[in-house]
Design a protein around this ligand. Structure first.
Ligand SMILES: *[C@@H]1O[C@H](CO)[C@@H](O)[C@H](O)[C@H]1NC(C)=O
Ligand SMILES: *[C@@H]1O[C@H](CO)[C@@H](O)[C@H](O)[C@H]1NC(C)=O
Ligand SMILES: *[C@@H]1O[C@H](CO)[C@@H](O)[C@H](O)[C@H]1NC(C)=O
Length: 271
């Protein structure tokens, strides 16, 4: 597919080890077809318990072969001990040999002493399933609990100068537009994740930048940013509403209108 995936040749063993066991050595390796189709990248490599679930609500996440391959490839290039930690493989005397053997079976190997790529963060410990779950829960609390309206009204009170109202409303409208533009771009990210390999929409140049961010955060980053930006978008909407309300209350014209009508009535009563 046209999607840019960082070069994975470092860890691609190809059909060599497979051909030792059966005679499929003639299977071609396509440039981005994985292992010449011998191993289905959507196959589940293992299931791992979540790191963040509480007590009995332990979630288990399926980790696909494709996900393992992503973790071993740039930008992360996890080494054997880090991958073992991510996959919650118990530390064993044989120095992770069983993991190596399991990887070997699917045509992946871990070159010894490989160059560390990305720095380890807390996100490193999450598998894609849990990272996506975390982003979804973050989106949920942003949507249901984030105090957009209270903040909008609070900030508006600090900008109540009637002379600034028109300019301020234009700024809020412009901010909404920019925020939408940005969120629209992020929502077109089609980085492979879990067992999905969506068809890219964006140009390869920009998609590969978004892919890098997704790979570093295992699918957490972009949806989490979209959740935060949706909260910002809601804040801007509330700020405009609060301003319209304040403007109506302070609008000299509307005040004048009612004032003059009341005045007319008063005069009529007096007559
Ligand atoms: C794996 O990488 C981590 C983090 O870069 C490092 O601390 C650790 O020593 C490495 N382990 C091996 C076996 O190379
Ligand atoms: C990792 O962190 C160190 C120290 O903060 C920094 O100098 C280095 O550039 C970082 N490496 C990457 C790949 O971000
Ligand atoms: C009514 O409007 C005029 C200008 O349109 C303004 O000068 C005046 O202060 C307003 N009166 C009130 C009571 O707001």
């Amino acid at each position: 597919q046209g999607i840019h995936i960082p070069d994975q040749t470092v860890i691609k063993k190809g059909p060599v080890s497979i051909s030792k066991h059966n005679s499929v050595s003639a299977i071609p390796i396509h440039k981005d077809g994985l292992f010449g189709g011998v191993v289905n990248p959507n196959e589940v490599f293992c299931s791992v318990p979540g790191r963040l679930s509480l007590l009995s609500s332990t979630s288990k996440y399926k980790v696909t072969v494709a996900e393992v391959q992503r973790r071993l490839s740039p930008p992360e290039c996890l080494n054997a001990s880090l991958l073992g930690g991510v996959l919650r493989r118990a530390k064993s005397k044989n120095g992770g040999r069983s993991l190596r053997e399991k990887l070997d079976k699917i045509g992946l190997n871990l070159p010894a002493g490989r160059r560390k790529a990305a720095n380890v963060t807390l996100l490193t410990s999450l598998v894609e399933g849990e990272a996506v779950h975390l982003a979804r829960d973050f989106g949920y609390v942003c949507e249901t609990e984030f105090p957009t309206k209270a903040i909008a009204e609070y900030v508006n009170r600090q900008h109540s100068d009637p002379n600034e109202q028109v300019q301020r409303k234009n700024m809020l409208l412009a901010a909404k537009q920019i925020c939408k533009e940005f969120t629209d771009l992020l929502s077109q990210d089609r980085t492979p994740l879990g067992n999905s390999r969506p068809q890219p929409i964006l140009e390869p140049g920009i998609q590969s930048c978004l892919t890098h961010f997704s790979l570093i955060s295992h699918g957490f980053g972009t949806p989490a940013m979209c959740a935060a930006l949706t909260a910002l978008q809601n804040y801007l909407t509330e700020a405009i509403k609060a301003m319209d309300k304040m403007y109506l209350n302070n609008n000299p014209n509307s005040h004048n209108e009612t004032g003059s009508k009341a005045g007319d009535k008063d005069e009529k009563h007096r007559k």
